[in-house]
Design a binder for this molecule. Structure first.
Ligand code: BG6
Length: 468
């Protein structure tokens, strides 16, 4: 199939969701007296500031907490009809449970009302990598108690904001805290312990099902889903061992969360390996039935890069810590198109392959592209005299992905929208402000001054014409 169609116009279905996504810790910042409790990022930055690019921590970020009215005006200006934010658990409940921070309730109410007043539908995510520190002290997702604390927090959010919020998400990329916190050392508590990784992942899945159950009991009439980073696994070749390696990687990194969230069960390949290696999680009676019965209504798909895989070439040391890649090797395909700043491959057709898989194997569940985007370092060099960044590479990145989304729609995919990561340049965890992703630039030297980039203006016209 050729995508050489520069003259063609791409029109999307009526009501397509155009917008962007962001998260609390990456945008809000904190100001003295706001009542926010610390989460793992505040704590980790205090302990190990050198882990963060240029020593920039989560305290300041992009000041959404103070500037949200201006930001929402800009969202409107660049054509948003929807926007995903997350609620900061430790802003709402500074200890993770117990006393409520009323300032946070007022803040989120204002943000939600302001979005709605501007005809931008708020999509709300409950957990974006930000465990309250008090709960991390008792083990975070590894401790089953935290599942109940999370469900209480989620229920509180439904009660406080559910009259206006009709699209909820239980988690954003739940595999990432597992990878970062217990395997590859890029989130606190930066341990290397596969048993804990599996337990944390299982508890997140359980918390998803329990939050869905709690939401349905309230009968608020909205939808509830989850946001997953799906990285299609491509084998190096059709050799059966390469194919098997790719299927195992798919089971570990995609189906581990996708299958329980959508179908209520776990992929056999994954369970077989966990049993064989002795890493099954601790479960209680009734857990699997609860997961089976409480599946999502709506799937958010974050897509950045594919995963290329080949059969294992060298076995790790027999007593090295277990990792999924004991079953496969990564394949650095020569000539890949790369985003060199982030070190991620750009493969536009991957977005189509995911959508086709969801259509074929997951009952074509209602879904949307909840994140896609391109982080670039040193964008100032593309700035004109007015301070506008000419990010033509981002326009190309988005439109090349949208063409494939459009193609999937022509073939019957139930994909309902496209959100860019992200609205404005924000704090990217340990990468801090290294790579910029936004439609809107943020000048950290000038109190976070906002300027719409060329891509933001372009997006406005896409949204207005419902295509390009
Ligand atoms: C997604 C996350 O993985 O990708 C975001 O949901 C994140 O929180 C984004 O910022 C970009 O990745 P990174 O690592 O460059 O910030």
């Amino acid at each position: 199939m050729s995508m050489e169609t520069s003259q063609q116009t791409y029109t999307f279905p009526k009501g397509f969701w155009w917008g962007s996504a962001a998260s609390a810790t990456q945008t809000e910042g904190s100001v003295p007296g706001d009542g926010k409790g610390p989460n793992i990022w505040d704590y980790w930055f205090e302990q190990e500031p050198t882990r963060f690019f240029n020593g920039v921590g989560p305290g300041e970020t992009s000041q959404f907490y103070r500037k949200y009215k201006e930001d929402i005006r800009l969202m409107k200006e660049i054509g948003h009809n929807s926007f995903r934010l997350s609620i900061s658990w430790s802003r709402l409940l500074p200890e993770g449970k117990g006393a409520i921070n009323e300032e946070a309730v007022a803040f989120y109410n204002d943000v939600i009302n302001e979005l709605i007043a501007n005809d931008i539908e708020p999509f709300v995510n409950l957990y974006h990598f930000d465990m309250p520190m008090q709960l991390q002290k008792i083990g975070g997702w590894v401790n089953r108690q935290v599942v109940d604390d999370y469900v209480n927090y989620a229920t509180l959010c439904f009660q406080l904001f559910g009259d206006r919020i009709k699209k909820w998400f239980t988690h954003n990329e739940p595999i990432v805290p597992v990878e970062g916190g217990y395997m590859y050392s890029f989130h606190y508590p930066n341990e290397v312990d596969f048993q804990k990784a599996v337990q944390a992942g299982f508890h997140e899945i359980l918390s998803n099902a329990k939050a869905i159950q709690a939401y349905k009991q309230l009968k608020q009439g909205g939808k509830i889903g989850i946001i997953l980073n799906l990285t299609p696994s491509y084998p190096r070749s059709q050799n059966p061992q390469d194919v098997e390696a790719a299927e195992i990687a798919d089971a570990f990194f995609n189906r581990s969360f996708l299958d329980p969230a959508v179908k209520g069960n776990f992929p056999g390949k994954l369970v077989t390996i966990l049993k064989k290696e002795g890493f099954m999680p601790h479960m209680e009676e009734g857990d699997l039935a609860l997961i089976k019965e409480n599946t999502i209504d709506l799937l958010g798909i974050n897509y950045y890069q594919p995963r290329r895989v080949k059969a294992k070439e060298h076995m790790p040391h027999p007593s090295a810590p277990f990792m999924p890649n004991h079953y496969f090797d990564s394949f650095d395909m020569p000539g890949r198109k790369m985003n060199v700043y982030r070190g991620w491959e750009i493969y536009e057709k991957g977005i189509y392959d995911i959508l086709k898989k969801i259509q074929a194997d997951y009952d074509n569940i209602e879904c949307f592209i909840s994140e896609n985007g391109m982080g670039v370092e040193g964008e100032e060099r593309f700035m004109d005299e007015e301070g506008v960044i000419h990010d033509d590479y981002r326009i190309e990145f988005i439109s090349e992905h949208l063409k494939w989304v459009h193609q999937a729609i022509q073939e019957g995919s139930n994909v309902k929208g496209y959100h860019l990561w992200t609205f404005m340049d924000n704090w990217s965890w340990t990468n801090a402000y290294k790579n910029r992703y936004g439609f809107v630039s943020v000048d950290l030297q000038e109190d976070g001054k906002r300027t719409i980039k060329k891509s933001g203006h372009w997006f406005q016209s896409v949204s207005e014409k419902n295509g390009f």
